[in-house]
Design a protein around this ligand. Structure first.
Ligand code: BGC
Length: 510
């Protein structure tokens, strides 16, 4: 059927899964809002760690160093303690994401999201009231558990509920809400930075996005796949009827889900063992490589430290925050571009386009810094060059926004068969967090020692990942989850790993 207002109405694969209904739209928007808490934290921690009263209270040594270090702009904020504040969340998130696959299987995707929201809320309250560094770290650990749960459950939720033909668009909603969280946090930081208690407000206000997404998650029903998996057949039918729209015969789809679930249960395998079988090697490689590559684009370095970075390259502390707000808005706009393009031109097109764009920007930033601040980093960068760095970073942020940002959540959530889908997503989130942890822990030291060469390091990785996608990532656009095995069977390299098992594969999916 012809596209209507940017959306086609009937799906490509299985007819019974193709429609966009108001209900599925609202359900997915509400579910995607889980991204808010992750984004809020990313945006807040970057800003709070440059607030003088915050540093005075918890990290006074950094201020002393900043006062002395007039010489090398690359090294002012190089502090392991400060970065461990930021990255403690990622260690907790890593642990939680691995537990989350069991929760998502036994309690369901929705309840895992609710649990994540509640944990995050408690962490936010502790952080807002923190009287000492122990409270600060405890709060961050709880925030980490929160995002570990939600980042695991939400992308899977979206991919299971979305009509296959528009799965990419629906799934980008998660990254869009991450982006909203980042921008909201940057604006809040801008407002609170002037007050001595501003950091408290910034950290404590995290309860707002947590409350929004938790209430939202309570209101939606779980995915039909998850309900079937947990033996709640009547509810599964109701949920299916709701998202597929009035008058749709949901029996065939329900029967499919039940069959695939029975086969998975009969096999009675431990998913963390199954996923290492040779036939799932391509899936596993993607679940590890995609989030790893997403992080070595350098995005978090830019997100966490954009205010620090802009201050170092010559912006005052106010304009540094404004600069990161601009960056966030550009990123947000570009995610929307992805929403409209991902199911038309495909995932590979966006990955390759975004990759080239980010590569060029990172190299250009390195060149500008080399030319203006010199190898030692002691020369002062002029305002106009600082603006040029900002423009380059905006083009970079746009590239990330329509490629590795949303697609790194989408791909792992859509490539796995039902029985190991939560496990695959867990591994992916864990790799994402582990890589973020290592990078954020090492970035400032790297910036201090490699200076502008740091940006070339990321440029090198972007080249590698773009080549990887070109040769190894099959196109998954429009393929129903239960037919996904075909993309591996037809792939020039991965075909040697997967087993052609039509009788199993027929039911092996959502
Ligand atoms: C990434 C985060 C990143 C954020 C930026 C997410 O997809 O996983 O690490 O900070 O995008 O908006």
């Amino acid at each position: 059927m012809a596209p209507v207002g940017g959306f086609a109405v009937i799906g490509a694969g299985s007819d019974f899964k193709g429609k966009i209904t108001v209900s599925v739209l609202i359900t997915c928007i509400v579910a995607a809002s889980s991204g808010l808490i992750f984004g809020y934290d990313i945006g807040i921690s970057g800003g709070v760690t440059t607030m003088v009263p915050f540093l005075q209270k918890f990290f006074p040594s950094i201020l002393r160093k900043a006062a002395e270090a007039k010489t090398n702009m690359y090294c002012v904020y190089d502090s392991q303690v400060l970065t461990s504040f930021t990255s403690s969340l990622y260690i907790a998130g890593l642990a939680a994401s691995l537990v989350a696959s069991r929760l998502a299987t036994t309690l369901g995707r929705k309840n895992t999201m609710v649990l994540g929201g509640c944990t995050f809320l408690v962490g936010a309250a502790i952080n807002g009231g923190a009287a000492n560094i122990a409270m600060l770290i405890l709060g961050r650990i709880l925030l980490g558990f929160g995002v570990g749960f939600t980042n695991q459950a939400t992308p899977v939720y979206l991919s299971e509920v979305a009509p296959p033909r528009w799965r990419g668009a629906f799934n980008t909603g998660f990254q869009f809400f991450i982006g909203i969280g980042v921008v909201a946090a940057n604006c809040i930081n801008y407002g609170t930075a002037k007050h001595s208690w501003g950091w408290r407000l910034s950290l404590g206000l995290a309860i707002v996005p947590a409350a929004i997404m938790t209430i939202g998650a309570l209101l939606i029903s779980d995915t039909p796949s998850s309900l079937v998996e947990r033996g709640k057949l009547a509810q599964a039918k109701k949920s299916l009827a709701k998202v597929r729209g009035k008058g749709t015969d949901v029996e065939p789809e329900l029967a499919d889900l039940i069959k695939s679930c029975e086969i998975a249960k009969a096999a009675n395998q431990e998913p963390f063992v199954t996923i290492f079988e040779r036939q799932y090697r391509p899936h596993l490689v993607m679940a590890v490589a995609i989030p790893f590559f997403q992080q070595v684009t350098g995005i978090n370095i830019i997100a966490f430290y954009a205010p620090v970075l802009f201050q170092s390259v010559g912006f005052g502390s106010d304009s540094a925050l404004i600069a990161s707000i601009i960056l966030g808005v550009v990123n947000l706009g570009s995610i929307l571009v992805s929403t409209f393009v991902v199911d038309r031109y495909g995932r590979r097109f966006l990955f390759i386009l975004g990759g080239i764009q980010m590569f060029v920007c990172q190299v250009a930033v390195a060149c500008v810094l080399e030319a203006t601040t010199g190898v030692s980093g002691t020369k002062h960068i002029s305002k106009s060059y600082a603006i040029l760095v900002l423009v380059l970073m905006c083009i970079y942020a746009a590239g990330f926004g329509w490629s590795w940002g949303p697609l790194s959540w989408l791909i792992p959530s859509e490539i796995f068969p039902m029985k190991i889908r939560p496990t695959g997503q867990s591994i992916s989130v864990a790799v994402n967090f582990a890589t973020t942890f290592v990078l954020s822990q090492t970035f400032l030291t790297m910036l201090c020692h490699f200076k502008f060469g740091t940006f070339l390091f990321y440029a090198g990785w972007i080249a590698v990942m773009t080549i990887f996608v070109t040769f190894f990532l099959p196109e998954t656009k429009g393929i129903p989850l239960d037919s996904m095995y075909t993309v591996w069977e037809q792939h020039w390299y991965w075909c040697r790993f997967v087993q052609k098992q039509p009788s199993q594969n027929l039911y092996d999916g959502n």
